[in-house]
Design a protein around this ligand. Structure first.
Ligand code: PLP
Length: 410
């Protein structure tokens, strides 16, 4: 029996076949059971902000587990209060802000969805969200996710959500005083690292405010320093009504949060929402330590600088496949001129590099925020070799078949 057999028999079929089995990680590196080393430029999908097995992460888990892990939300704990204060400070909510803790991105967005309903009441049944944005897989967040192929098997959806294009014109045309909230993903990560048009957030802030609708920004992938600011909305200097965070906040520990600003902070009242695990002492201690290390080691600045360095180095690669870079900081989409991203991901793993393909013509790079020259140089070497492998296969394919197919021979 191989691990592939076990996975194929025992794990839910909603994920495709697992590509590798990893047994250990350290910094930006992973090892499989055969001892082969991989450079990890996926970081568990923008989750492992400090890389793998960072001493700060390990120490926070061990120390808090040996002190107090969980008591339920009938009680407060010091790490929970400390993390709430830290998130408010980093997001710039001021005193009025409040934090709800859940255990994942979807749970943070479920809370945001309920926030929108509480704000809307019966007067404002409409919620606007952006076509192609991703907000999660639970029934509530799926209703917010503008991807028909994801919704289709699970219809009917929770009602009230309407999808609009990511332009200010589309927002102006759709909004009225019956809209409770606009949900926005500032850089559409799952859709292929697609940034919003320049100035979108600032204009959306003005328009939603004029109509009394909440502006809720999903920072689950972009938050925790990923884009070169603590949160992506800060690039445009606006104040949203709420943001949701998860992925990079816990550095590998499952945690999510809804952070509210201003009057939106008073919408929830006792009994309107809850979670057994959300915000427990263990999770909040780890996230507090991870954010503390991001701050101490100036990893937000590192994300901005290393992101620019990485993009420049990728654009300097001599390859007919690459079609430019998108994104900001260490949330990078590499466009491809042919729909060969899956083949490129497979070739990269052969070469010892973990990258991700959110769609057929994009590679997504979301490495740990800790990367430096060593990781970037090695990435460029391995990525160039992987590009060569795919280019050679494309040429071979074109010369042996009628027209180029998109599949690379195994
Ligand atoms: C990953 C992600 C989610 C969902 O988070 P889960 O932890 O998988 O539930 C929601 N929104 C965005 C923008 C994401 O990237």
């Amino acid at each position: 029996m191989t691990w592939q057999d076990d996975a194929g028999r025992d794990l839910v079929k909603s994920f495709g076949a697992r590509m590798q089995m990893f047994v250990r990680g350290e910094g930006s590196y992973l090892w499989d059971a055969d001892g082969k080393r991989y450079l990890d430029f996926l970081a568990g999908i923008a989750v492992d902000s400090l890389g793998h097995a960072h001493p700060v992460f390990v120490d926070a888990i061990s120390t808090q587990a040996a002190t107090l892990a969980h008591v339920s939300n009938y009680f407060a704990t010091p790490p929970q209060l400390a993390l709430a204060a830290t998130l408010k400070r980093l997001a710039g909510t001021g005193d009025q802000g409040r934090v709800y803790f859940g255990n994942s991105g979807a749970e943070a967005n479920e809370a945001a969805f309920k926030l929108a309903r509480l704000h809307g009441g019966s007067e404002r049944p409409r919620i606007l969200a952006l076509t192609d944005a991703f907000h999660g897989r639970t029934m509530g967040t799926l209703a917010l996710t503008g991807k028909p192929y994801m919704q289709e098997p699970f219809l009917p959806m929770t009602p009230g959500v309407e999808f609009i294009d990511s332009t200010i014109e589309a927002l102006e045309a759709a909004i009225d005083d019956r809209v409770a909230a606009l949900f926005v993903e500032p850089v559409k990560g799952e859709a292929g690292v697609l940034p919003l048009p320049e100035g979108y957030l600032a204009a959306a802030r003005e328009i939603t405010e004029r109509h009394g609708a909440l502006l809720i920004i999903d920072e689950i992938q972009t938050g925790a320093g990923r884009t070169g600011e603590w949160f992506a909305f800060q690039h445009e200097g606006i104040t949203p009504d709420a943001i949701t965070v998860a992925k990079g906040i816990g550095g590998g520990f499952p945690i999510g949060a809804l952070i509210t600003f201003g009057a939106a902070s008073d919408l929830f009242y006792p009994g309107t929402h809850g979670s057994t695990f959300g915000g427990n002492a263990l999770g909040t201690a780890v996230a507090g330590a991870v954010l503390g290390e991001i701050e101490r080691a100036e990893l937000v600045r590192n994300a901005a600088e290393r992101g620019a360095q990485l993009r420049a180095a990728i654009e300097a690669i001599d390859s007919d496949l690459i079609d430019g870079c998108r994104g900001s900081g260490l949330l990078i989409g590499v466009g491809l001129k042919h729909p060969v991203s899956k083949a490129l991901v497979a070739a990269a793993q052969e070469h010892g590099l973990v990258i991700n393909a959110p769609n057929d013509e994009t590679i997504r790079l979301v490495p740990a925020l800790t990367i430096g020259d060593v990781e970037i140089d090695e990435f460029i070497e391995l990525f160039t070799a992987s590009l060569r492998t795919v280019e050679d296969a494309l040429v071979l394919d074109a010369s042996t078949q009628l027209g180029a197919s998109t599949e690379v021979p195994a």
